[in-house]
Design a protein around this ligand. Structure first.
Ligand SMILES: *Cc1c(COP(=O)(O)O)cnc(C)c1O
Length: 392
């Protein structure tokens, strides 16, 4: 075990902070905290060859996950999802090597399971008895399931217009749901207030250090599944940005471990035209993304008008030589159907948005057809089937 301490992600100069204590954001500046590891020691003691034969879930990278000696993770088998090489879809869209990392295989049907497995593991170790978070749906379903597995109460705050299957699944795991007038940011304010008032453990994205740790395992898996030659492009539907931030952190760790070289994939953020704060900030060349007014999209996982980790996402895009672009709901839904019809893969509108973006970048010549492209299908279609009817 190499988990050592917490550090400000900015960094603002405050800290380091003791990871045995309960910390949510940086006490110095209020920005996200990152978990840090004794990588110098891990580099000499831990080799990637040791991964062979380990259980195929995200805890196979446990040396770089937030666990202290003697602790066991809260796990439902999340991670080590299939990396599928598409054939018919690649032919139809003009790519030589187009892959889908299919996160719908995770418990509760989305990659949010990875973050919640890591976060709930720490919440339990830190003695939390009630956790809370705002969600558009998938994060709440994952939190509810892992809280049940951890024997922790779960208090979820969701926008009133959340899709019904997400509400039903929270009930399945015994979580309590409060519907909030407004958006995920309003739900977040309410969760934060309750957390302060009642001592609940706040699991809001990037307002605790460990969801990003769970999601960073997507970066380790890409390395392992591509035999440590990372792809040229990663296309990622970005809401709060934890996945982008996590993978970018993973690549730095993997290089420090001596597992990969300095070459990085170009990181692409895709957002809906109805809510694209990161895209706008990228185009304007600014470091923070101002609040997006009146967000409007059926891809609720991407309906995040303001994200605390915006500067970390923008940093990853820029340092990687990537880009950010917006696609319409209509494009997403058409591409859900294309992925389904040509590959038999169940994609959420958010996941399909990655295909829409890749096609635009190929057409404009930004991506060359002989480059290796990975689309993140962040969740499955089943909880969104109503969207197929309403958008068309
Ligand atoms: C939450 C969510 C996203 C956005 O993920 P972030 O890592 O928070 O940017 C994308 N797709 C789906 C299906 C989601 O549930």
């Amino acid at each position: 075990m190499y988990f050592s301490h917490l550090e400000c992600s900015v960094p603002c100069g405050a800290g380091p902070f003791n990871a045995r204590d309960r910390h949510h954001v940086c006490p110095g500046c209020g920005m996200p905290l990152f978990a840090r590891y004794d990588i110098a020691r891990a580099r000499t003691e831990w080799s990637r060859a040791s991964l062979a034969g380990r259980t195929p879930n995200m805890w196979r990278y446990r040396e770089m996950l937030p666990l202290f000696p003697g602790e066991a993770p809260i796990t439902l088998g999340e991670g080590f999802t299939p990396l599928l090489r598409t054939c018919r879809l690649a032919d139809a869209t003009g790519f030589d090597r187009l892959y889908i990392k299919d996160e719908a295989f995770n418990p509760t049907n989305s990659f949010k399971a990875r973050g919640q497995s890591a976060a709930m593991t720490r919440a339990k170790a830190l003695g939390a008895t009630t956790v809370t978070l705002p969600t558009a749906g998938n994060a709440g379903n994952a939190a509810a399931a892992y809280a049940a597995a951890a024997d922790i109460c779960c208090e979820i705050f969701m926008p009133r217009d959340a899709k019904q299957p997400f509400l039903d699944e929270c009930a399945l795991y015994g979580a309590s749901v409060t519907l909030v007038d407004g958006l995920i940011t309003d739900a977040g304010k309410m969760a934060g207030e309750k957390a302060r008032e009642l001592g609940w453990y706040d699991l809001s994205t990037l307002k605790e250090p460990y969801r990003a740790e769970g999601k960073k395992t997507m970066g380790y898996e890409l390395g392992e599944q591509f035999a440590w030659e990372l792809p040229d492009w990663i296309i990622y539907p970005t809401g709060g940005g934890t996945g982008m931030v996590g993978m970018w952190k993973a690549f730095d760790e993997m290089e420090a471990l001596g597992w990969i070289g300095a070459k990085r994939p170009r990181m692409v953020t895709v957002q809906p035209t109805g809510c694209a704060p990161i895209v706008r900030a990228f185009e304007q060349g600014i470091e923070r993304a101002p609040m997006w007014e009146n967000p409007d999209t059926e891809a609720h996982g991407l309906r995040v008008p303001k994200a605390i980790g915006d500067f970390l996402v923008l940093r990853a895009i820029r340092e990687s030589g990537g880009t950010a672009l917006a696609v319409t709901d209509r494009q997403m839904v058409d591409d859900m159907l294309l992925i389904g019809r040509l590959e038999g893969i169940s994609a959420a509108p958010e996941g399909a948005a990655a295909l829409s973006a890749a096609r635009i970048l190929l057409e404009s010549g930004r991506i060359r057809r002989d480059e290796t492209v990975v689309l993140f299908n962040t969740g499955g279609a089943l909880k969104y089937l109503e969207v197929l009817r309403s958008v068309r």
